[in-house]
Design a protein around this ligand. Structure first.
Ligand code: NAP
Length: 248
């Protein structure tokens, strides 16, 4: 039985993708901080889902992640779906620090550990590392400075790992999933965001991108066009644009 571990599976996209893989017959390891929600997900497929309470910012995060791999008796796919961020035009430092904690420190701990796992084990069956980043990494967003900066960090780290895997002949593929706005608890019920997508719409697209070992998958094609246009905008023009993002 194939095995996937999803970090950040107590809500939103991670939770939905976890139940989809379980329904499809995979063994699924899920992790996040909220035990009550993890337990509720686990009870949907008690024979297939195993959960572990992991705070990716805590000192024991890597150890608990390794324990979860052991509990599952291996891992074919790691999906990092944990993340946080705020509409933060006042530059609240606590929000910036929390964003860096999950999107940079926690992300690095888990992805680093997964890479080493596949380096040590994936000689026959190719492993997969995937992370849900965001189109927000394309440019610095004034109202979400740390969020956009941490997402760019994730893009770069994943690109670097892909190069490292090739040069070290590590049998693993790296997938960077970049959605536009998705109606999840992260957006706190605010439906003013432009081109907002439902979880029902994005989940199968994300799952396909992982299974097809896409290097980068922007979800969806409209967002691929928008983010490509952002890239073309020179900084002297970008600086003057008020990207309020339907803010909260
Ligand atoms: N929603 C969007 O518009 C959108 C767009 C582009 C990209 N994304 C990205 O997609 C990913 C998934 O977010 P989502 O939209 O599905 O939001 P979500 O429903 O808020 O899910 C975030 C998940 O991260 C977990 N998490 C947060 N802090 C954690 C920590 N310290 N340790 C372990 N787990 C932690 C949460 O669980 P606990 O609270 O139980 O720990 C939850 O399971 C994020 O990286 C987000 O940046 C979202």
């Amino acid at each position: 039985m194939k095995k996937i571990i999803i970090i950040g599976a107590s809500s939103g996209m991670g939770m939905r993708i976890a139940t989809d893989f379980a329904r499809a017959g995979w063994r699924v390891g899920i992790a996040a901080r909220n035990e009550q929600r993890l337990k509720a997900v686990q009870e949907l497929y008690p024979d297939r889902i195993t959960y572990s309470v992991i705070d990716v910012t805590a000192v024991d995060a890597v150890k608990k992640f390794e324990d979860l791999i052991e509990q599952l008796d291996g891992m074919d796919i790691l999906l990092y779906a944990a993340g946080t961020g705020w509409y933060n035009p006042d530059l609240n430092l606590g929000k910036d620090e929390a964003t860096i904690g999950v999107n940079v420190i926690g992300f690095t701990k888990i992805i680093n550990s997964a890479y080493k796992y596949f380096k040590a084990t994936a000689n026959v069956d190719k492993g997969r590392i995937a992370a849900i980043t965001s189109v927000g990494g394309m440019k610095g967003l004034g109202v979400s400075a740390s969020y956009s900066a941490t997402k760019r960090y994730q893009w770069t780290y994943l690109q670097a790992l892909d190069q490292l895997a090739h040069t070290q002949h590590v049998n693993v593929s790296i997938t960077d999933i970049r959605p536009g706005f998705v109606d999840t608890p992260l957006l706190a019920g605010n439906h003013n965001y432009p081109m907002l997508m439902s979880i029902d719409y994005v989940a199968p697209r994300i799952e396909r991108a992982i299974l097809e070992r896409r290097r980068v998958a922007t979800i969806d094609s409209r967002w691929a066009v928008v983010s490509a246009l952002w890239k073309l905008i020179p900084n002297c023009v970008w600086n003057k644009i008020d990207v309020s993002l339907g803010g909260r």
